[in-house]
Write a protein that binds this ligand. Structure first.
Ligand code: AMP
Ligand code: MN
Ligand code: MN
Ligand code: MN
Length: 286
């Protein structure tokens, strides 16, 4: 019997509705061409692309789960919570995400002021040229402008030199709180999943607190196999999933053919001893 984890599911990627460079339709085609059997588009703090993504998946005969990636502040750091299988028309969830997006424009102007002090002029206007959704100006759009204008060679270099804590151009921001994000997703009939835990700079105690509080609010899953993890982290977070009784997710976090090193649908399968997140939302698959 084929283990239930052997499925080419890609449950994390971004379109022009947030900070990706492809439309939901182009992503659906790329996922399908790469052999993805179950797909979710997970734009940051935004579910405005869900109907387009679901329709495109359906036209290609590919299974679909609704998705989003909510920005949360936990223990002074930004943590991302992926939501899967929720009702994209849920009003409380839509309002919560709208509020989460709310501070982005102000933050972007402060980032631009900060970059100007470091000698980089016109970054706000420059970043805006790359923005597909006016409510979702992100650091990624600034990074694209800094590459286009020749300040840096590629986007990871921009983040290293400019857009991360302690660097000119970094502006701290308060996102949603963990309980609210998990509650919006759960009450909209979806499941909440901790995105790429290997990327956070938590101490072991802080990471334990994140998983414990996430569970206590009703969180159900964790990304184990993601484009943001090393193979060692696949093993580490498979253990964490078992320890906390969480289901495991798999997703590339694909943003752009020019920038992303992990393409849609190309990651290793989840280990057979894990419960895949798609088992928990089987009745929500379209
Ligand atoms: P924001 O939500 O505006 O803070 O932007 C966060 C986004 O920036 C993430 O979703 C990634 O797409 C991108 N990002 C963050 N750190 C890096 C990095 N080190 N290299 C490339 N992209 C990054
Ligand atoms: Mn992103
Ligand atoms: Mn993320
Ligand atoms: Mn992401």
């Amino acid at each position: 019997m084929t283990p239930k984890t052997i499925l080419n599911a890609d449950l994390h990627c971004h379109s022009v509705v947030s900070d990706g460079t492809l439309t939901p339709e182009a992503l659906a085609e790329r996922a399908n061409a790469n052999g993805v059997e179950l797909w979710a588009l997970t734009d940051h703090d935004e579910i405005g692309g869900q109907h387009r993504a679901a329709a495109a998946a359906k036209a290609l005969g590919m299974h679909y789960l609704t998705g989003t990636e909510v920005s949360v502040t936990f223990a002074g750091q930004t943590v991302h919570i992926v939501g899967l299988g929720f009702d994209a028309n849920d009003p409380a969830m839509q309002q919560g995400l709208r509020n989460t997006r709310g501070g982005r424009e102000q933050r972007a102007m402060e980032m631009s002021d900060s970059l100007a002090k470091a000698g980089i002029k016109g970054a706000y206007e420059g970043a805006l040229k790359f923005v597909g959704n006016p409510e979702l100006i992100s650091r990624t759009h600034f990074a694209r402008f800094l590459v286009e204008s020749g300040v840096c060679r590629e986007t990871p270099e921009v983040f290293r030199k400019y857009l991360t804590e302690g660097k000119p151009g970094y502006v701290p921001h308060r996102w949603a709180n963990l309980r609210d994000a998990v509650t919006w997703i759960t009450e909209a009939k979806g499941i909440a999943v901790i995105a790429h835990p290997g990327r956070y700079k938590f101490t072991p105690n802080e990471e334990y607190a994140l998983f414990t509080e996430f569970k206590s609010h009703g969180g159900r899953g964790v990304e184990v196999v993601t484009g943001s993890h090393t193979p060692q982290e696949y093993l580490k977070y498979a253990e964490t999933a078992k320890e906390f009784g969480l289901a495991a997710s798999r997703g590339s976090d694909f943003h752009s053919p020019d920038e992303s090193h992990t393409d849609l649908g190309t990651l290793p399968y989840l280990s057979g001893e894990l419960t895949p997140v798609w088992e928990l939302v089987a009745d929500r698959i379209q």
